[in-house]
Design a protein around this ligand. Structure first.
Ligand SMILES: [Zn+2]
Length: 230
């Protein structure tokens, strides 16, 4: 098991939400537990269903706000989930990073993604309720490009750098074995299957500016999701 990588929020990732509530008053909700997310830019703080003493994200647990790194495969994955709203979540507090995504202390919707054929009226109402932008994309590649251009989330290179290439390789081999057993049902369950890295915390400035990401090979200065030389 690798040393715990430490990553500071805010950190952006892809995920989906279920929709709960009567027509006209819909709310975003967790796909598994159906917990409604608070509106108006408020954070949802994660709690643990398994152990109330856990301060999410607890290592070796599944608690925390789940999200996927915004690469092309994950963009495609969230857009494929039916009857849920894909989007970009902003997370903060301690974050546990995995090869495919992360779990965080708290999160709030940053943007909702509208693809052709989905319910634009519903997304408009949710966008107003949550103060989250609607991003219209035609395909997964557009969503990946938007995230890359805006510097949202960790790039594959930074994930490799944080976790170490061996960790990522081992995980991908294990993930291929798991895929044969059961195809991932929803994003939340998918991330639950990730079980390598660990947790850490540091209070750092906004993701939009240069900030440090702490990995087992030391401290890396990152701007717009890419390593930069100080
Ligand atoms: Zn837990």
């Amino acid at each position: 098991m690798a040393e715990p990588p430490l990553v500071a929020g805010p950190l952006y990732g892809l995920r989906t939400w279920a929709v709960a509530g009567p027509p006209g008053e819909e709310r975003l909700a967790g796909p598994e537990r159906r917990t409604p997310w608070p509106t108006g830019g408020e954070w949802l703080c994660a709690t643990c269903e398994r152990d109330a003493r856990h301060v999410a994200p607890e290592h070796d647990c599944v608690c925390g706000i789940h999200a996927l790194h915004p690469n092309a495969a994950n963009a495609s994955r969230v857009l494929r989930v039916r009857r849920q709203v894909p989007g970009i979540v902003e997370c903060d507090g301690p974050v546990e990073v995995h090869p495919e995504g992360f779990r965080a202390r708290r999160g709030r919707p940053h943007a909702l993604v509208l693809v052709p054929g989905r319910n634009a009226g519903l997304l408009g109402r949710l966008s107003r309720a949550y103060g989250a932008e609607v991003i219209e994309v035609r395909r997964a590649a557009d969503l990946e490009r938007v995230c890359r251009e805006r510097g949202l989330g960790l790039t594959p290179a930074v994930v490799d750098e944080i976790l170490g290439p061996d960790t990522v390789r081992e995980w991908r081999r294990a993930a291929q074995r798991r895929t044969r057993i059961a195809v991932a049902r929803v994003v939340a369950v998918l991330v639950i299957a990730l079980a390598l890295a660990a947790v850490g915390y540091a209070a750092l400035p906004k993701q939009s500016g240069p900030h440090y990401v702490y990995g087992r090979s030391g401290r890396h200065l990152v701007e717009n999701g890419r390593p930069v030389n100080p």
